[in-house]
Design a protein around this ligand. Structure first.
Ligand code: NAP
Length: 273
């Protein structure tokens, strides 16, 4: 990353997460320029990290290797159009939900070296997961740079088809909210079963953390692990049987399907000129 110059456009939550991840992973050996029209954002980030900043588009964009578009999807068209005079051989990396490569290319007047990423909220603490897909015009070495950048905020999954980014959006992009929903339901149940809110919160969160780590580290399949804690006639069996009778697995599938459909519709809506 030492010889890679990165220019961020947009200095909000996601840019802050990536910049912080990069500094954690690579130390001070970085060349980062941040552009945001809000001075407050620039001041806050540059107080913490050694980066250059600007309120406006400037020549740094032209000389960088990677332009990271970390703005809201609704701001993408306007920003991409303003970016036209500055693109030459950089990789344009978008982290925006619902913005298709084809639309970015059109707004960038035919520019094609584009990578689309879908990170998620735990990126803020370095535990994100990012789906990554590149246009054919991105070289392997450019792609490797993008993967290294996104790995500074967690794990990555490389996709060979942009259509799959809608599924990533549903599973891991929206996923933290689904996990929070499940945790909330567990805490509510804990309280109804007589525990305090704090006790329920601690039990629910640490069960998620422990189960996730176990499944991640284990050589056994998820269903074997589940069977191991489900003895016939026992408590877990009673709980899972109840979930089956309410078709919970099916409901989860429907919810993720709805999120994926919404992601693809959003992409069409956002891509309309
Ligand atoms: N946050 C997440 O957990 C998450 C997860 C997955 C994907 N993403 C994606 O990441 C992208 C950024 O999200 P975010 O939460 O970081 O957004 P954010 O906090 O709103 O940050 C975007 C920043 O860019 C600034 N900006 C807008 N237009 C600009 C321009 N023309 N020039 C310079 N700066 C400009 C915005 O200023 P104003 O507020 O004045 O517009 C804001 O400070 C989104 O597209 C989102 O879909 C975020």
């Amino acid at each position: 990353m030492k010889n890679v110059k990165i220019c961020f456009i947009g200095g909000g939550n996601m840019a802050t997460a990536i910049i912080s991840g990069l500094f954690k992973k690579y130390g001070e050996d970085l060349n980062i320029h941040l552009i945001d029209h809000k001075n407050k954002n620039l001041e806050e980030i540059s107080k913490k990290f050694k980066i250059s900043t600007s309120c406006n588009f400037d020549e740094s964009i032209r000389s960088c290797d990677v332009i990271i578009l970390a703005i809201k999807p609704q701001q993408m068209k306007e920003v991409a159009i303003s970016l036209r005079p500055y693109t030459q051989s950089q990789i344009v990396l978008s982290v925006a939900a619902g913005i298709r490569i084809v639309d970015l290319t059109r707004w960038l007047s035919g520019y094609k070296a584009i990578v689309r990423c879908m990170p998620n909220m735990p990126a803020a603490i370095g535990l994100g997961i990012t789906g990554i897909v590149a246009s054919l015009e991105v070289s392997q070495s450019q792609f490797d740079i993008v993967v290294s950048i996104m790995q500074s905020i967690g794990e990555t999954v490389v996709l060979d088809n942009e259509r799959l980014i809608d599924a990533v959006t549903a599973i891991s992009g929206s996923g933290p909210a689904f996990v929070f929903y499940f945790i909330e339901a567990m805490i509510q149940a804990a309280v109804e079963l007589g525990l305090s809110y704090e006790q329920g919160r601690k039990l629910a969160i640490n069960t998620f953390i422990g189960a996730s780590h176990l499944v991640n580290q284990s050589d056994e399949s998820i269903s074997i692990l589940r069977q191991k804690v489900t003895s016939k006639g026992g408590t877990t069996h009673a709980g899972l049987s109840s979930m089956d009778s309410y078709n919970v697995k099916n409901s989860i599938g429907m919810a993720l399907g709805a999120a994926s459909i919404r992601a693809s519709l959003l992409a069409v809506e956002l891509g309309i000129e």
